[in-house]
Design a protein around this ligand. Structure first.
Ligand code: FMN
Length: 273
């Protein structure tokens, strides 16, 4: 019984969950969602897990596109896992609603709190708090693995109607403010040595070298903050406050793992000229 885990991850939390779950399950493929877009999937498994971070109490646009265009395979077992900071909102409701519309059954859907990575809003969380979250995540993943191994129907960790409506309003407002504009506030400081790792780790191929420095092409940004958090020089800033803040990436994940999430279609593009 084989499982496929399709994941999206900017700073490694979601990828670490996918890996840990795969270890528990055995015989599992781990596939970056960013690589499947516009290419489609060729799936020979009997269970599909979709793993994603929560962005503005909603699905990242990349993941939403993936779920919306995912073919309806017959007799397949589907489940979702979302990693979040402290406010998952109605993320499970959103994903399950999309599946319901497509007449696809969601057998289980979970939310796993992990350290926040939004250095544009706050500083890196304390180490103790991070370790506690990793410990709890490990326990939950073991539980999820048992459910998935047995292809059981389990909880859908949805929000109640009122809280879901509230999170939809907040999410809608944030999208109005951010859509197509999120990357306008990125800039690089004097520490930048033009290594262009930011361009390579960007899951939408949004960062190019222009005028002798990394440049964000407004509009394509997914908001994952991989560029800001993975920059080895801490040279990428967002607005005025990130210069004095730490950076976050999951300690079990390194940059090579992230580059593996890179969409193949961008690899031949001239993005470093
Ligand atoms: C743009 C952005 C928006 C986010 N919005 C939320 C949110 O609304 N609620 C929440 O709990 N966490 C939010 N987070 C935190 C991430 O969901 C969380 O840290 C996640 O585990 C990151 O996963 P990754 O390391 O795989 O990218 C947000 C992160 C980013 C980058």
């Amino acid at each position: 019984m084989k499982t496929a885990l399709y994941y999206f991850s900017g700073t490694g939390n979601t990828l670490s969950v996918a890996r840990r779950l795969a270890r528990e399950l055995g015989d599992t493929d781990i596939i970056p969602i960013a690589r499947t877009l516009n290419v489609g999937i060729d799936d020979d498994t009997d269970a599909i897990g979709i793993l994603s971070p929560v962005y503005c109490m909603d699905l990242p646009w990349t993941v939403r596109q993936f779920i919306t265009t995912l073919p309806r395979f017959r007799d397949k077992y589907y489940f979702f896992i979302f990693t979040c900071g402290t406010m998952p909102g109605g993320i499970v409701n959103r994903a399950v609603d999309i599946f319901d519309l497509k007449k696809m059954k969601t057998s289980a859907a979970y939310v796993i709190p992990m350290p926040g990575n939004v250095m544009t809003m706050y500083d890196e969380w304390e180490r103790e708090r991070q370790l506690e979250l990793f410990r709890k995540a490990g326990e939950k993943i073991k539980y999820i693995a048992e459910v998935v191994k047995n292809r059981k129907d389990d909880v859908l960790e949805k929000q109640g109607r009122f809280r879901y409506m509230l999170s939809r309003i907040l999410s809608w407002l944030s999208k109005r403010v951010l859509f197509g504009k999120f990357d306008k506030k990125f800039w690089v400081d004097d520490k930048c040595n033009n290594c262009m790792l930011c361009g390579r780790v960007c899951t939408t191929g949004n960062i190019i070298m222009a005028y002798g420095k990394p440049t964000w092409q407004n509009g394509k940004c997914e908001r994952c903050l991989a560029c800001l958090n993975w920059c080895p020089e801490h040279a990428i800033q967002y607005g005025k406050k990130t210069a004095v803040r730490g950076r976050y990436t999951h300690p079990d994940i390194d940059i090579e793992d992230m580059l593996d999430s890179f969409p193949k279609k961008f690899e031949n593009e001239k993005r470093y000229v």
